[in-house]
Design a protein around this ligand. Structure first.
Ligand code: NAD
Length: 497
């Protein structure tokens, strides 16, 4: 299957059949390919090439740059099933979610094409006669993109589509767990470039097949003015100071610990469906997965019972074959989950689920029953992001208590409230409410649309990607003052003669 997918996507066998670093599928542990990890010299050469590409690409008018992104979007439409299946094979999310991820790429391409005609600045009133002030936006340079295994393609596309129309070149270091999807995306973009013609310079988009060390080289390189990094808070803590030390910019999209407040007035049918999708979807390996359910004490028992029933109906198995829950990414993720559940038991929490599944059929893959852990308080275990399907359940008496519990974690990515009380829903999204970058009402915390800004506060890193006015992050702002008079007045009325 992998050969035919890669062939249709336009990736040559040489690219993923040579080297000593094996890429395995979390679906069954089978080897998908062998790659050669690139070292420091290769990163150095790629940055130099990206710099040369940038110098040409910034001369191409922005709406014409948008045309390249339009052609890329067409390639994605044509190969949605192939790329979606490759996402499933390589990172283990179910095929429907693999398709959804590619759809997000198509959506951001559409947005970026329109944006390519809207890279506008302000005109500003000058205090001096015969003067104009304005703001203009200019391309930045080669943009470094570091991505995580769990969304192997969409976050790259959110950055890449906008960065390209803004006139930048791209250097992508994908997760070492999911490099094949990156090769697939690159091949599709290269096809779009070939169709686009000579205006698209050689080296406009490059993939660096490397591990943490390659990411560090990229983060340290002063020729890369912006690093957009998606991954764990641990990674962000390492990348951010490196980029800051050379006064580079960073966009950080790090870990989440997303909560739902479930009020007694809520539509419980809807809430239970939302809990199911957001807590067990992608086997709990979304940055926006629901990890904390804060439920009113009067409905706690009923809700837990209904959620357990919903969990029992979920099919766990091969993500290409219509299951709802696929595997964890690897043995390490499984061990981490088990160790957290053991710890919870030791602390007196009640643990439901969490067992390994299908071990006979897939000895080298890690399928689990999603776990529900009832806790009395929000301790350090709950405050830490465990990247696995573990849903902690806590109860509250009044809404202020729920809000305080909700915000009392180090992360600040996504959040939601289920309520039919307008006072509660408005309070949740007010200045005094959720401290997250995403705050939803009667919708789960996962599954954002690309039109809004995506990202979070606190240990989630503060970065924003995707829609809204995020294109500005990929450009540098310049303030211009133009004197069209025959005098030279100074600002603030200063006399200098
Ligand atoms: P990870 O931090 O292990 O790796 C992410 C990427 O960073 C990989 O490409 C890796 O090679 C690279 N990397 C690791 N250490 C580095 C360093 N010191 N310098 C430079 N690069 C380095 O994360 P993961 O396990 O692939 O992904 C899961 C994590 O990502 C979770 O914490 C999840 O919440 C987070 N995530 C966040 C978002 C978001 O938008 N906020 C989206 C997806 C995933």
């Amino acid at each position: 299957m992998i050969e035919s997918l890669m062939q249709r996507l336009g990736v040559s066998e040489n690219a993923y059949r040579q080297g000593d670093f094996a890429i395995t599928s979390p679906t069954d542990g089978g080897v998908l390919g062998q790659i050669r990890l690139e070292g420091a010299d290769a990163v150095e050469a790629r940055v130099a090439r990206a710099q040369r590409a940038f110098e040409q690409w910034r001369r191409v008018p922005a709406p014409r740059r948008g045309e390249l992104v339009r052609l890329f979007g067409e390639q994605l439409r044509r190969h949605k099933e192939d790329l979606g299946a490759l996402v499933t094979l390589e990172c283990g999310k179910i095929y429907q979610e693999g398709l959804g991820e590619v759809q997000e790429m198509i959506d951001i391409c559409d947005l970026a094409v329109g944006q390519s005609r809207q890279l506008y600045g302000l005109t500003i009133a000058s205090e001096r006669p015969g003067h104009h002030m304005r703001e203009s936006w200019h391309p930045l340079g080669p943009i470094g993109l570091i991505t995580a295994f769990n969304f192997p393609v969409a976050p790259w596309a959110w950055n890449a589509a906008l960065a390209l129309v803004c006139g930048n070149s791209l250097l992508w270091k994908p997760s070492e767990k999911t490099p094949l999807t990156a090769l697939g995306c690159q091949a599709l973009l290269e096809r779009a470039m070939a169709e686009f013609g000579d205006d698209a310079p050689d080296g406009l988009s490059q993939v660096i097949l490397g591990d943490r060390e390659a990411g560090e080289r990229l983060a340290d390189d002063p020729r890369v003015p912006l690093i957009s990094a998606t991954g764990s808070t641990r990674m962000g803590r390492e990348v951010a100071p490196r980029v800051a030390a050379r006064f580079g910019r960073s966009i950080l999209e790090l870990g989440g610990n997303n909560g739902m407040i479930l009020a007694p007035s809520a539509d419980l049918d809807m809430a239970v469906r939302a809990i199911l999708f957001s807590a067990v979807g992608t086997a709990g390996q979304r940055c926006t997965s629901l990890r904390r359910l804060i439920v009113h004490e009067s409905i706690r028992e009923e809700v837990i019972e209904r959620v357990k029933k919903a969990y029992a109906g979920v099919t766990i198995g091969d993500p290409m074959e219509g299951s709802l829950v696929g595997p964890l990414i690897d043995a390490q993720a499984f061990e981490q989950m088990q160790s957290v559940l053991d710890q919870a038991r030791k602390q007196g929490a009640s643990v439901f689920g969490g067992e390994r599944q299908l071990a006979d059929r897939y000895p080298d893959a890690y399928y689990v029953t999603p776990a529900i852990v009832e806790v009395e308080q929000q301790d350090d275990l709950v405050k830490n992001e465990t990247f696995a399907p573990i849903l902690y359940v806590m109860s509250y008496r009044d809404f202020d208590e729920a809000m305080a519990l909700h915000n009392d974690v180090p992360q600040g990515l996504s959040s939601c409230v289920f309520t039919s009380d307008v006072r509660e829903s408005e309070a949740f999204i007010s200045d005094l409410g959720s401290d997250c970058g995403i705050a939803n009402v009667n919708i789960g915390p996962s599954g954002a649309e690309i039109g809004g800004a995506f990202g979070g506060e606190k240990e989630t890193g503060g970065g924003r990607e995707s829609g809204s006015d995020i294109w500005k992050s990929y450009m540098r702002r310049q303030t211009n003052t133009v004197n069209y008079s025959r005098e030279l007045p100074l600002a603030q009325g200063i006399k200098f003669d």
